[in-house]
Design a protein around this ligand. Structure first.
Ligand SMILES: Nc1ncnc2c1ncn2[C@@H]1O[C@H](COP(=O)(O)OP(=O)(O)O)[C@@H](O)[C@H]1O
Ligand SMILES: [Mg+2]
Length: 304
């Protein structure tokens, strides 16, 4: 068997560099070589090859892509092409799906997974929003491809909507995506899954009067025990989305008295050094499961 070789691109902030080193070391112990820092932004496609720094990426046994903040359209375009030729973690299809909140929610709903109620309508049909707010009382406008709570707008009344609509109409939107505002306790569960296995759970709590739990919106992370129900839900959502690695965000709907999946993330962060000090100690387990997964997926390919 030829020596296995994979490409990797992992975020560097928040302790990412140290995580990458650990992964590389563990893969080396299994005789798997890693070409690190393969940023598709700097790759070019030439006929049948996608070349980065002299390396033909299409000849690699696998590509592990784990960098959330920097996925440009160009990178996604090459990600898609490359994944037709070699295995990727996460797969392009699963990753692209979870980058879009409507596509994800639509799929989850069709598999019976509880999520917030949502509606999507064409930009010229904003009159629907009026009917919806009457029915729902409160709703959240969301960009379908956002992150970090950015651009989310809570709409609390019809008057509120009337004020907002001129602004929304001014923006060059294709459609409106809105969710029913869930009555919850301003905390969530983040459940990490790798390769169909539960890795870890922690919680986030919204800060300073904000209704969003995102750390970028002032939220804070806390140690939180999982329960069977949230783990089961996270495993199911991950499977439906087809993700090898996922971070599933779950909140408890106090009105319907059930857990709902709020978001599925294809590049959930490892615990930062500060969070590790707080007691979030799942990084080693997560690394081990990722290394096992890469080992298995590359073995399969070589045997073919
Ligand atoms: N339908 C909703 N009802 C109540 N709160 C919500 C709803 N959707 C989102 N939130 C709050 O806003 C935060 C960000 O929403 P999310 O859909 O995860 O977008 P992002 O990708 O920006 O994190 C969530 O963590 C949650 O606290
Ligand atoms: Mg979120």
């Amino acid at each position: 068997m030829d020596k296995r070789k994979i490409g990797m691109w992992l975020y560097k902030n928040g302790g990412g560099e140290k995580i990458a080193k650990k992964i590389i070391k563990k893969l080396k112990e299994r005789d798997i070589e890693v070409v690190n820092d393969v940023n598709l932004r700097h790759a070019i496609a030439k006929n049948k090859n996608i070349i980065h720094n002299g390396v033909k990426l299409n000849k690699l046994d696998l590509f592990f892509s784990y960098n959330a903040g920097e996925q440009t359209q160009y990178q996604m375009y090459l990600y898609q092409a490359l994944n037709r030729i070699i295995p990727m973690i996460n797969s392009y299809d699963a990753f692209a799906l979870t980058e879009d909140k409507f596509q994800t929610n639509f799929l989850l709903k069709n598999h019976g997974i509880p999520t917030p109620s949502f509606k999507l309508c064409h930009r010229d049909d904003s009159h629907y929003l009026k009917e919806i707010i009457k029915k729902w009382d409160k709703m959240v406008y969301k960009p379908t491809d956002g992150w970090g709570g950015v651009g989310l707008t809570k709409i609390e009344s019809e008057a509120n909507l009337d004020m907002l609509l001129p602004f929304l109409n001014q923006m060059d939107l294709r459609f409106f995506y809105v969710e029913k505002f869930i009555d919850y306790d301003k905390t969530d569960f983040r459940i990490d899954i790798v390769d169909g296995q539960f890795v870890s759970c922690y919680g986030r709590k919204a800060g300073g009067g904000d209704w969003r739990t995102n750390v970028t919106s002032g939220g804070s992370v806390f140690v939180r025990e999982a329960n069977d129900e949230v783990v089961e839900l996270a495993l199911k959502a991950t499977e439906v989305c087809g993700l090898d690695i996922a971070g599933v965000d779950i909140i408890y709907d106090r009105e319907k008295e059930q857990y709902v999946v709020l978001e599925v993330n294809g590049i959930p962060a490892f615990a930062t050094p500060e969070q590790e000090k707080m007691g979030l100690d799942f990084n080693d387990k997560k690394i081990e499961l990722i290394v096992d997964l890469i080992d298995r997926k590359t073995k399969k390919k070589k045997e073919k």
